[in-house]
Write a protein that binds this ligand. Structure first.
Ligand SMILES: Cc1ncc(COP(=O)(O)O)c(C=O)c1O
Length: 446
């Protein structure tokens, strides 16, 4: 007897096939050769930035101080470890992160997610009713893909050098008319992934003002979620210090989401949300409990120790490391790919560059992509099947923009390149290979 598959929810049905980018990355990972192939695709941090000794010492300290770090190996509570919450608060105030003051923070709650900022983002999508989400295009494809599978519709507003373009947003809002009432939240990544564009302070304020206006007009709060994943990694010294969106918030609309993944270690899985108490925040806490009670308490306590002990020097060290990598990578890109490029963004914060070629296409079917994946079918390019030449993986722009947005055509000539994970020597080699791929795409193709 042939049985049908279990009846899936709408989300289950939408999730039963991997997203195109996951499929591409899985394909590449399946036969990735360490030391041969070069991975500029993943958002992994650089291994050298992870404070291994500090982490070992933090574990020792937590386990040897049971009075302070109580029941660290047991279940934790869904709002998060009190020690960690206090450490985050202190860290923000001591270092004036985002210009936040005691007064602003005292009216806000800090909660810890079950599994990094990703789990808090997931929680937001679980607890808010489906509707429209305003975000910047190119977009954080991982979360935006999830939002769509959860039944949200994206309003992806193209960005300029300062982030989401406010004039275009206003025009979109005008066109929406009464559908404005269906806007459920704004989702803005302050250092955009994939483009690396830093959302200017002026834009942060303008977005919050627009959310205030919409909330007043429709009589319902429209939250603004600022995703600060790379905010502490702004390493270009000429950038203005970023301001927290909380400073502009009069109505209790702003939530800021942070993570320790990029400054300490992704494996700690510590993400936090700072925002006003209320039904939305309480529902997110319940969601954390439902997802697994809490982030592992021992990891939260270790993160607390690390924040108290060495976060400031650690961040300086990590910033300096990525700054140096950005300078070198940026120079190689200009030298070797410059003539092919229309423009480049990124390199001032976090660890991405986003390239727009004049003519060369970068999508999965393009000659450029196939050259770097060694799937041209030409042995002199690909090498013999059992010993293919080094491959380079990047994220094609086609995956980084809204499928039905204005940027679809342009994205065929774009790519995101990460200088986080690989060491400089490999990045150097990868950019050389990209230049060869560009030449191949321009000259050898019909
Ligand atoms: C924009 C953005 N938000 C959130 C995350 C996830 O952070 P976490 O490791 O805390 O889940 C990432 C990770 O790359 C990211 O790029």
């Amino acid at each position: 007897m042939i049985l049908e598959e279990p009846l899936l929810s709408a989300y289950g049905r939408a999730s039963s096939q991997p997203s195109p980018v996951n499929r591409m990355m899985a394909q590449f990972a399946a036969d990735f050769r360490d030391g041969v192939d070069i991975n500029l695709g993943v958002g992994y941090v650089n291994e050298n930035t992870i404070p291994r000794d500090g982490i070992r010492q933090a574990l020792d300290e937590v386990l040897s101080s049971p009075q302070k770090y109580r029941f660290a190996l047991n279940y934790g509570g869904p709002t998060g470890s009190a020690n960690l919450i206090e450490s985050i608060r202190r860290f923000y105030l001591e270092h004036r992160i985002g210009g936040l003051t005691e007064q602003v923070l005292s009216g806000r709650q800090i909660i810890i997610g079950a599994n990094g900022a990703s789990s808090l983002l997931e929680a937001v999508a679980q607890v808010l009713a489906p509707g429209l989400v305003v975000t910047a295009d190119p977009l954080y494809y991982i979360y935006c893909d999830f939002l769509e599978r959860m039944g949200f519709e994206l309003l992806a507003v193209p960005q300029d050098q300062q982030g989401l373009d406010i004039r275009r947003l206003e025009a979109i809002l005008d066109r929406l008319g009464d559908r404005q009432a269906q806007i459920r939240f704004f989702y803005l990544v302050t250092v955009n992934n994939p483009t690396g564009t830093i959302l200017s302070n002026r834009r942060r304020q303008e977005v919050v003002e627009i959310a205030h206006r919409l909330s007043r007009r429709w009589g319902r709060k429209v939250p603004v979620i600022f995703d600060l994943a790379y905010e502490l990694l702004i390493h270009d010294p000429v950038q203005e210090p970023p301001l927290s969106g909380l400073l502009f918030d009069e109505l209790g609309l702003v939530y800021e989401m942070g993570t320790l993944s990029k400054i300490l270690a992704p494996a700690l899985r510590i993400g936090y949300l700072i925002g006003p108490d209320g039904p939305m925040l309480q529902a997110i806490v319940q969601k954390t409990s439902d997802a697994g009670f809490s982030a592992p308490l021992v990891l939260q306590e270790m993160a607390s120790v690390l924040l108290d002990r060495c976060a400031a020097e650690q961040i300086e060290r990590v910033r300096a490391g990525y700054h140096q990598k950005a300078q070198k990578t940026g120079a190689w890109i200009q030298q070797r790919l410059g003539p092919y490029l229309e423009y480049t963004t990124g390199g001032q914060a976090g660890f991405y560059f986003y390239l727009t070629f004049r003519q060369i296409e970068t999508h999965e079917g393009s000659a450029f992509f196939r050259f770097l994946a060694r799937t041209t079918g030409q042995p002199q390019i690909d090498g013999p099947p059992e010993a293919k030449k080094p491959r380079v993986v990047y994220i094609p722009g086609q995956f980084c923009v809204h499928r039905h947005g204005e940027l679809v055509e342009q994205a065929r000539r774009q790519l995101r390149l990460s200088y986080g994970f690989e060491e400089l020597e490999r990045i150097d080699q990868a950019v050389r290979l990209m230049a060869e791929a560009a030449e191949y795409a321009e000259t050898d193709q019909p």
